[in-house]
Ligand binder design. Structure first.
Ligand code: DC
Length: 212
């Protein structure tokens, strides 16, 4: 059976992929999955168990017992969850444990999924693959503004440093490193607002839908 319409949206932190993926899903009437939340929830569960999120045994156990309610918790954002998520995400057993859930989610009715490896590993056969990126300076400014709006106030330097660490871990890990799929359309959002990004991506999505 052929795969329903799946859009893979990958890219580094704070490039605008979540905002874009959510809008595309809403506009096209497709389910949406923020796959970063899965890794965040696994990181939190490892911390709850008193473990180091980089410990493969503890992290894999947390991933294997992940429940839908874990995705609803209120502490999945912020620097602690950011760092824990990127540590568990480097562990092959964690990624394998989360793969099935993601594939089932998309294969049922089609979907928009955002993450780091959707176009390369989870849905290499997706009909549209986007790699959404922006310069490190722009991404740090965006994340800083986002944190300030939520009442947290790390300095811009701290935000930039945390982001650079996370980017390096995501891009250099041995399993499913962050990189564009060969057939991904790369969208640099550095000089674009959210509406402009959406219009470009929507035109590609409409074309991809028509082509099949
Ligand atoms: O998109 P995000 O910032 O919520 O992702 C949190 C962490 O999880 C990030 O360090 C990368 C990792 N991640 C991943 O490795 N693969 C995914 N499909 C989604 C997120």
């Amino acid at each position: 059976m052929s795969l329903p319409f799946v859009i893979a949206v990958d890219g580094p932190a704070a490039a605008g992929k979540g905002t874009l993926a959510r809008r595309l899903a809403q506009h096209l009437g497709l389910p949406y999955l923020d796959t970063g939340l899965l890794y965040r929830a696994v990181g939190r569960r490892a911390l709850d168990a008193g473990a180091d999120p980089a410990d493969p045994v503890a992290a894999e156990a947390a991933a294997r017992t992940l429940a839908p309610a874990d995705l609803e918790r209120g502490d999945l954002r912020g620097p602690v969850a950011d760092a824990a998520a990127s540590k568990v995400a480097a562990i092959g057993g964690v990624r394998a444990a989360l793969l099935d859930f993601q594939r089932r989610f998309g294969a049922e009715h089609g979907a928009v999924l955002d993450g780091r490896d959707i176009g390369t590993v989870v849905f290499p056969e997706a009909r549209l693959k986007l790699f959404v990126t922006a310069s490190p300076e722009v991404r740090a400014l965006r994340r800083h503004a986002e944190l300030a709006a939520r009442g947290a106030a790390p300095s811009l330097d701290e935000v930039a440093r945390d982001m650079a660490d996370r980017d390096a871990r995501d891009a250099n890990r041995g399993v499913a490193p962050l990189r564009p799929a060969e057939d991904a359309k790369v969208l640099d959002t550095s000089g674009l607002d959210a509406d402009a990004v959406f219009e470009i991506a929507l035109s590609w999505a409409v074309a991809a839908q028509k082509a099949t």
